[in-house]
Design a protein around this ligand. Sequence first.
Ligand code: SAM
Length: 294
Amino acid sequence: MGSARAPLGIAQDPPLAPGLYLVATPIGNLEDMTLRGLRVLRSVDRIACEDTRQTQKLLNHFGIATPTVSYHLHNEGPRAEELLEQLKQGARIAVVSDAGTPGIADPGHELVTAAIAEGITVYPIPGANAAVNAIIASGLSTESFTFHGFLPAKEGQRRTSLEELARDEATHVFYEAPHRILDTLEDVAAIFGVAQPVVIAREMTKLHEEFLRGPVSEVHAQLAARAVVRGEMVLLFSPVQKERASEARSIGEEVAALMRTEGISEKDALKRVARERGMGKSEAYRELQRARGR
Ligand code: SAM
């Protein structure tokens, strides 16, 4: 009689090598949990979590019973030492944050450097990350980008950080809290001009996912018009010189100039302007119509 077949991905999991596993978890949509991430979470000896209650929901959803231990900003030092001792004795330990990739604006880095110093193998287990997903869908240059994490909460320090940004073609990427986004956009407008194009990636992978693209003044106006600004968000922009930004032409002027100088149709000109501004075609068309209606 043939042996009973084990349920897919449970008894067949090969043993995991000792080491530290940095496991990415979803940033909203549970379908973004990878098969490898699940196997690792199932097979390690312990999971070090930013918030054990948060991670327990994920583990329950996927039927994983691995013991958890808390590992957050406030106990990162002492807990790292404890975990390191276990790793030195050959343990397999996973680190997860509440959402996304551990170590990116989340705990993880201290344990990684300590593990490397002790010769312990560190395995990245890739998956969701808000910054990378915002960049790839922003329409801004992906050739070169700089991730800054969160801007300082205090206005003076925030302005200084913005003023110090390199004014090259690079795309700058920031995590931002919903209660600070309007102030931050005002700072961006003050430093780079009201026409500075920006992108906000909000609630990615969730039901209300949206991308707001356009001059900072318009994106600010769109958000300010809402009763309440909610959700997780990433702010992206590639700074233009203030002079250039404030003197920037309207979509209508740019379209007319392209038709005149390049002899192309309005449709093609609009397509090009939309691409250059990182906007959708229909969004650019609406803006053109709005400008004409004024
Ligand atoms: N480690 C995480 C990662 O890999 O993206 C980021 C952790 S950081 C504490 C949380 C911030 O990431 C949020 O304030 C927001 O700026 C951004 N973020 C996380 N999930 C997001 C989502 N679904 N949509 C947009 N931004 C998100």
